[in-house]
Structures are given as C-alpha cells and as structure tokens.
Design a protein around this ligand. Structure first.
Ligand SMILES: [Mn+2]
Length: 262
C-alpha cells in the first residue's frame, strides 16, 4: 500500500469508521469485516460494519455479528453511519457496483476510502488501496494490514477467530490458494486461541439442528437457530426454505461429509 504512513497517521487518533463488504456475504466478507472491526475497536475508534444484504445464519456464532447493519433491512441507519464516517473501509470487493445502493450512498461522500481486496482489477475509487491478488482471502490481508499498522502483538482472540473464518472459507478449508506465508499466519492464529475443533463442532451442531428442523424431528422453537426461528412460517415464506437449504448445502460443503443419518 502506498502512503501507508499517511493512513497510519490518520488512524492514530479516534475516528468514526464504517467497514463495508459485498452483497450475499460469504465467510471471507464477514470474517474480514469483523476481524478488522474488532481490531479498530481495540484501537479506540467508533466502528460500524455494513453489509448490503443479510448474512447466512451459519455465521451467527461470530463475535460482533449482531452489531452488523444490513442495508436491505435498515437503509436509514446505513445512510446515517456512512454519512457520519470519516473513514470507510471497503473489504473483499473491487468495484462500487458490487455493493449496489450502498455504493451510490458512499460514492459522493468526502470520507477517506480504503480498499482491502484480493480480487483482480480493483477500480480506482479508493484513496488508499491494498490489493494483493496472490492473497488467499481478504481476511489474510486484514491480518497483513494489522501487521503493517505495527499492531501484530495486539491481535485479539476475536480478530483471530474472524480472520480464521475468512481464510477457511476462501481456501475451501485449505484445499487451494494456500502458501507457506498463509500457514505461518494460521499457526499464529492458533497460538492466539483459535480452536479448530470448536470450529468444526459448531458447524456440525448447527448442521444437526438444520437437519432436525428440515426433516421435522425438531421443532424450530426448540432448535435455538437464531433467526432461523422464522422457519416456523415456512409455508408463508418459501424463500426461507431456499435460504435454509442453501445454508444446509454450504455447511455440507464446508464439512465435506454427508449427514450422519441420511
Ligand atoms: Mn474473498
């Protein structure tokens, strides 16, 4: 990143900051955003994370996720926090049209814009650009960014959990886009407390509950599925079925295994 010292100087005093990632957010969009969120909070900034559309329930366990502002369901608040922001971080997307209406909101704003992304051909809409097409994930780049800021020793467990989530998602659980550097970072994340087994257990547990509700062996009210409780109205909201099935398939893929009692 060019002018890194300028940005570092700006971040040396508390700022109003918004972090935005792309529509239909995946584990890297959410993990990189929340990872940066926890880091910036720890540095004394006021921080909001904005997503254009709802996140999958599979990520409900992530620290800070309940504070995310979703444009589709809260347009006023999205506008309010963006207009107040002095700095806007754009994560895991390379052009403003990837965030639709949120792009239209932030484009005319005078706030300083920072792009951190690993996709090819980033559009020149940001004041500071951190682009690395060899990075496994934007989450890996968030780790790099914190190191660049000189705060490697301050990386918290919450940031580590979020960064790890992004890396696992975008590498297909370490099946592609890996590098020796990535594994060194992952080693550090484990030293910070990331519990790889806990990670798997959570997904497996949610998978069981998904399956129970979808097959009718478990009442949605008993399943502690967070927002998936709305499955109770599944007849009235067919799109909810699709969401549940998508979540189910995503989990299957993530776990790379079949359900225990299929
Ligand atoms: Mn990504």
């Amino acid at each position: 990143m060019e002018n890194i010292h300028e940005l570092k100087a700006q971040l040396a005093s508390p700022k109003d900051i918004v972090i935005i990632s792309h529509r239909n957010p995946d584990g890297d969009a959410i993990g990189s955003s929340l990872g940066l969120y926890h880091y910036l909070l720890s540095q004394g900034h006021a921080v909001h994370v904005v997503l254009p559309s709802e996140y999958p329930d599979a990520f409900l366990w992530m620290p800070g996720i309940q504070n995310i502002i979703v444009f589709d369901s809260d347009q006023e608040r999205t506008r309010e926090v963006c207009e107040r922001a002095q700095i806007i971080f754009c994560l895991d997307f390379n052009s403003l049209d990837r965030i639709d209406k949120v792009g239209e909101i932030i484009q005319p704003l005078n706030s300083v814009k920072v792009l951190i992304d690993h996709h090819l051909y980033p559009e020149p809409f940001a004041d500071y650009v951190m682009s690395d097409t060899t990075a496994s994930s934007t989450a890996e780049m968030v780790f790099d960014f914190i190191v660049l800021m000189g705060h490697r020793p301050d990386i918290s467990r919450a940031t580590a959990d979020c960064v790890y989530t992004g890396i696992v998602t975008d590498t297909g659980s370490f099946k592609f886009s890996t590098s020796p550097k990535l594994f060194r970072i992952v080693a550090e994340l484990l030293e910070l407390g990331v519990d790889v087994n806990e990670f798997g257990r959570f997904a497996r547990d949610l998978q069981q509950r998904f399956r129970g509700v979808l097959t009718g062996t478990l009442e949605p009210e008993d399943a502690a599925l967070g927002k998936l409780v709305s499955l109770a109205g599944v007849r009235n909201y067919p799109s909810r079925i699709k969401c549940a099935l998508l979540g189910w398939h995503a989990l299957m893929q993530a776990l790379d295994e079949k359900p225990a009692h299929a």
